[in-house]
Design a protein around this ligand. Structure first.
Ligand code: ATP
Ligand code: ATP
Ligand code: MG
Ligand code: MG
Lengths: 227, 227
């Protein structure tokens, strides 16, 4: 369903070159819950950005549900992403001048649906992350974990077939984190979504169908995920 | 060493009032490692901002090492904070147009020291968090966990007597998180620093001298911290 084929990505800063991904190959089945682990700075966010079509590799291909997204124009890639992918950013990337409600509503603007239907979906998403009573707050009027939960609600509101989550519970207490994992697992089970998650939360690893470790530019299967 | 006396803080948004801290009283001994836990949105960051003098309570007093910081003018409070507190923000609050090195250097500008000495301290702090080879990167050229580590380096570089850390390992893998906890615990042991940390990392709880839970505007001792 998602294939990465010999994908390489480098950054150059003056003379100093960083290559977080070197000839990476990966196959993700439809409906999988893939957990991605690895040291800080190893390239996990870089990899998620390639899967979601937010970034392009220097070489190699990224194919999702038969579409080679590395061949799409910027405009087509953006449309594809809006229809296919829900992304929870590591830094949330909320719009500072919009309320929680308006931030969650943004992905729905691209679809033709009635205002009532849009409202219903935003309200459902906010309720699913426990933030119905914070809908009118701006991001700076929310706690760190509340901002993270708004980002999660925004990622699920348009009912995307692929959810890419970059450390979605990093700022949540044990109970809120458990609720989020339960929500994502339930969406996958009920609606057949494919879930790719970067995390260092061991309980998320336990719920995954498979765990991979990124290290020195390469993906490795994890023989044993108990620590 | 740090006393909060009947501290209350509220926010009002139109007709809706949120009171994360209600008549909170707290005593922290010099050299303690206090761990603060609680649900997302409960008021932990609000409490840390009051302890660090970044914010003022609506009522009540905050006294640190004999100084009632709630009575200081804005200017004096800022000077006091620069000399006394190292703060790791939940969202890092790095300056986007400055490199990792320059971000870590900022707290040292307020002290009269030679350029060589400033350089020595910044280099030591960056090395302590494993980022010597990223000193020239801008925040957007760093991974989430690397940005978090720059924020930690900045909080320790001026050798403050109080370190306030708001979820300092939220975006770090298990090993990097362990290194950071070890670093902070070592600074406290070797240099007698007082450490107040918000976290949901159970290993940080184990290293603390005391753990408190914030819930419904009140602090509670935690009878049992094993989970
Ligand atoms: N400027 C503001 N205006 C209105 N409400 C606010 C404002 N800032 C914070 N709040 C509210 O105050 C409460 C406490 O916020 P705080 O950031 O202290 O929580 P927290 O315990 O740090 O949460 P987290 O664990 O998610 O970081 C939250 O419910 C939040 O919505
Ligand atoms: N624009 C850039 N220019 C130069 N180097 C970059 C840039 N963006 C990222 N890097 C480097 O690429 C590497 C991989 O970054 P990435 O954000 O993918 O790591 P990560 O595994 O997500 O880390 P974390 O767990 O800390 O979030 C890091 O070492 C980082 O310093
Ligand atoms: Mg990352
Ligand atoms: Mg907080």
């Amino acid at each position: 369903f998602i294939q990465l084929d010999g994908v390489t990505k480098s950054y150059r800063l003056g003379e100093h070159v960083v290559t977080p991904l070197h000839e990476v190959t990966l196959e993700v089945e439809k409906g999988e819950f893939l957990v991605l682990l690895g040291p800080s700075g190893s390239g996990k966010s870089t990899l998620l950005n390639l899967i979601a079509g937010i970034d392009r590799p220097d070489s190699g291909r990224v194919v999702v549900d038969g579409t080679d997204i590395t061949q799409l124009s910027r405009k087509k890639a953006a449309d594809w992403r809006a229809e296919t992918v829900g992304y929870v950013f590591q830094d949330y990337s909320l719009v500072p001048v919009l309320t929680a409600y308006e931030n969650v509503e943004i992905p729905l603007w691209l679809f033709s649906m009635s205002r009532a239907e849009r409202h219903r979906r935003v309200a459902t998403a906010l309720e699913a992350v426990g933030l119905s009573d914070r809908h009118g707050h701006l991001p700076r009027q929310l706690s760190g974990g509340q901002q993270q939960r708004v980002a999660i609600a925004r990622a699920i509101v348009a009912d995307p077939s692929v959810i890419v989550a970059d450390e979605p519970t990093g700022n949540l207490d044990v109970d809120s984190a458990g609720d989020v994992l339960h929500l994502l697992a339930r969406l996958r089970a009920e609606r057949g979504k494919t879930l790719v998650m970067v995390t260092h939360d061991t309980r998320a690893v336990e719920r995954g169908t498979r765990a991979l470790q990124l290290d020195k530019g390469q993906l490795h299967a994890m023989a044993e995920v108990s620590r």
